[in-house]
Design a protein around this ligand. Structure first.
Ligand code: NAD
Length: 474
């Protein structure tokens, strides 16, 4: 039976009688409906957030922490229901959906402890000068479809901890788990502090340009990020943008082929490659290229592509038809150019569900679209390199600068290379590890500002300097 999910506005679960269908990408069946909102619902949500801000901004760090810990507990206590729902709307295998749900609860619990302490700039006979951080106000959060729950939580939690209130818009492709969480936290968060409303992409620009929203925090594509920056410029809203990436992994000749094969595989194919920080270009030193590419292709043969709700599935479907078509187009382009495939490459567009076989390319040229563009699908180009200088230059030759990785037993060399990569994060001998306490953000066109840690929290605040002249007047 199809379920209707409702929005959270001013502490109530509501709908407007207009609906959007949500599709399961594993079988293309409509599984639920969510409200299709426009200006009226947005105005109501923003007004509620503005009212709630008056009180919430005055709460103590302890009160905020308690509320956020309540959110973490609500997610954790209902994890079983939530991860199944997440798989049904997003497509990711159950084990990966479970990781996302527990990861979101863990992130909320960890970030509930973050604080922004005052800083004393001067304290002497002449003057006392202190910087405090004050909340920016009402935040508009806009979220994509690849990690819908994690992205929602990484916007809601720092907003609340900083003393802001929020109106959050999930992706129209994946709103269900977020709305179920909204229902679970309805009585945990004070009315109006967290509002979650759903709608088509067209709801996004209404949020970006809303005169009573003070800040936008957005995760999604670079193309949309640019539009958001433009929309937010009218009244100089604060913005944080987490955008696309074309992350390079560099494998040095001393890497252990058998060990890294499996890790490199999952660095590209977790969540069917739909991760902003997935390895999207893998550069392997020529001395081990043949052995390692063979080992990765061999490992890939043991991984099942299929419905994420079925046991044994390692790679689920692409989340939506538009992205499926884009990945198919990139694969077709590689075929048209005669690039070599180690595995995959044969998509059946007439089948049910948005499945793309695990596709690994054998040393395509740098200018291949499948190398130069963010694929955001289960596709991995392996490329040969000869020297460290050459590979650094190739890795940095991108408009993106989100993350990268180096694989080597020589940790000093790994760090030396990491310091030359033009990205916000570099992993050495691991991948996809994001700490709740370290800033995460992109260089170049991968983003603007940062999330996570104290740096991320600061983005929800303004600095205010209060200066007391001690030797004046009295
Ligand atoms: P998208 O940009 O199409 O959509 C993201 C969100 O923006 C959705 O909620 C959408 O409805 C909304 N939106 C669309 N048009 C808008 C507009 N004009 N104004 C305001 N909002 C608008 O991105 P997507 O396809 O959902 O996600 C995939 C992209 O997200 C990839 O490029 C990926 O790399 C990126 N991503 C980045 C990170 C990161 O942390 N850097 C994380 C996940 C995904």
């Amino acid at each position: 039976m199809m379920t209707d999910y409702r929005n959270l506005i001013d502490g109530e679960m509501v709908d407007n009688g207009q609906w959007l269908d949500v599709v399961n990408p594993a079988n293309e069946e409509v599984i639920a409906r969510v409200p299709s909102c426009g200006k009226d619902e947005l105005d109501r949500a923003v007004a509620a957030a503005r009212r709630a801000f008056k009180t919430w901004r005055k709460t103590s760090p302890e009160e905020r922490q308690k509320v956020v810990q309540g959110i973490a507990a609500a997610i954790k206590d209902n994890a079983d229901e939530l991860f199944r729902l997440l798989t049904s709307e997003q497509g990711k295998p159950h084990a990966q959906a479970q990781q996302e749900i527990y990861g979101a609860a863990g992130l909320a619990a960890a970030q509930s402890t973050l604080t922004l302490d005052d800083v004393i700039n001067q304290d002497d006979d002449e003057r006392l000068s202190r910087t405090r951080r004050v909340p920016v106000g009402v935040v508009g959060g806009i979220v994509p479809w690849n990690f819908p729950v994690m992205m929602a939580i990484q916007k809601i939690v720092p907003a609340l901890i900083a003393g802001c209130t929020i109106v959050l818009k999930p992706s129209p492709f994946t709103p269900l788990t977020t709305l179920r969480i909204a229902e679970l936290i309805k009585d945990v968060v004070p009315a109006g502090t967290v509002n979650i409303i759903t709608g088509e992409d067209s709801l996004g620009p209404l949020i970006t340009s809303h005169p009573d929203i003070d800040k936008i925090t957005f995760t999604g594509s670079t193309a949309t990020g640019k539009k958001i920056m433009e929309g937010a410029s009218a009244d100089l809203k604060r913005i944080t943008l987490e955008l696309g990436g074309n992350d390079a992994s560099i494998v040095l000749p001393d890497a252990d082929v058998e060990k890294v094969a499996e890790q490199l595989f999952w660095s590209s194919f977790s969540n069917a490659g739909q991760i902003c920080v997935a390895a999207k270009r893998i550069y392997i030193h020529e001395d081990i290229y043949d052995d390692l590419s063979k080992a990765i292709a061999e490992y890939a043969k043991g991984v099942t592509v299929g419905d994420g709700s079925q046991q044994g599935t390692g790679v689920g479907p692409i989340q939506n038809k538009k992205q499926f078509d884009r990945v198919c187009e990139l694969i077709q382009d590689a075929k048209d150019h005669g690039y070599q495939f180690l595995t995959g490459g044969n998509v059946d567009p007439s089948g049910t569900g948005y499945y793309v076989p695990i596709t690994i390319l054998d040393n395509p040229p740098e200018e291949a679209r499948i190398v130069a563009e963010e694929q955001f699908g289960p596709v991995m180009p392996l490329m040969k390199f000869s020297t460290v200088d050459e590979v650094i230059q190739r890795a940095n030759n991108s408009e993106y600068g989100l993350a990268g990785a180096v694989w080597t037993k020589d940790t000093d060399k790994g760090i030396e290379i990491a310091e030359q990569l033009e990205t916000g994060t570099v992993w050495i001998n691991e991948f996809l590890h994001i700490s709740p306490f370290a800033p995460f953000g992109g260089h170049k066109q991968s983003g603007f500002g940062a999330e996570y840690g104290v740096d991320g929290l600061k983005e929800f605040t303004y600095p205010q300097v209060i200066t007391l002249k001690r030797d004046a007047l009295v």
